[in-house]
Design a binder for this molecule. Sequence first.
Ligand code: NI
Length: 202
Amino acid sequence: MVNGETIEAIRSEAIKHYAWDSSAHDQLHAERVLRLSMRILEKEGGDPEILAAAALLHDIGMKYEIAEDFDHAEKSAELAEQILLKIGFPKEKIPEVVDIIRIHRFSRGIKALSLEAKILQDADRLDAIGAVGIARAFACGAKKGVPMYSHSGSSTLNHFNEKLLKIKDSLNTETARRIAEERHEFTQLFLKKFLNEVEGGE
Ligand code: NI
């Protein structure tokens, strides 16, 4: 089981780094990823302590990426190591947590090897589809100054086809694939309705 005090200590350090001006990669995202991770872990197994730490810290470098053009996964891994050492997290587990965070990023296309790494990737990707995922996509697009949709050029809606609709087939675990089914369907339905309304439909 995960020690509640350890989780609280990680959480209070993580909050210092998460940006609050966007709903896409903030503390709330980390908490949702934590819940999804634990749900997947219940079925698939794995070390809950390693996974919980990785889930809470996986995006703490994001605001630095936006500000300084860093790779957020690298930055998150670096900050996570400092935090885990500081709060007295079991030393032998720190390299694994750091490694999971380093490879979690979707666009890097790196195959996760350990079970915990696979689960974190899955949980992070699941949070990008369904009702929450759709809201995050538009929040993130607005922050980047990308239009909601466009008949030519990049838009948040294009991002649906390029990334969100591919997530279902990129998952590592059976449990995540099951959770993805309804979220994927809902995302497809949203897309269909959106395009219909753009054309003046019902
Ligand atoms: Ni994330």
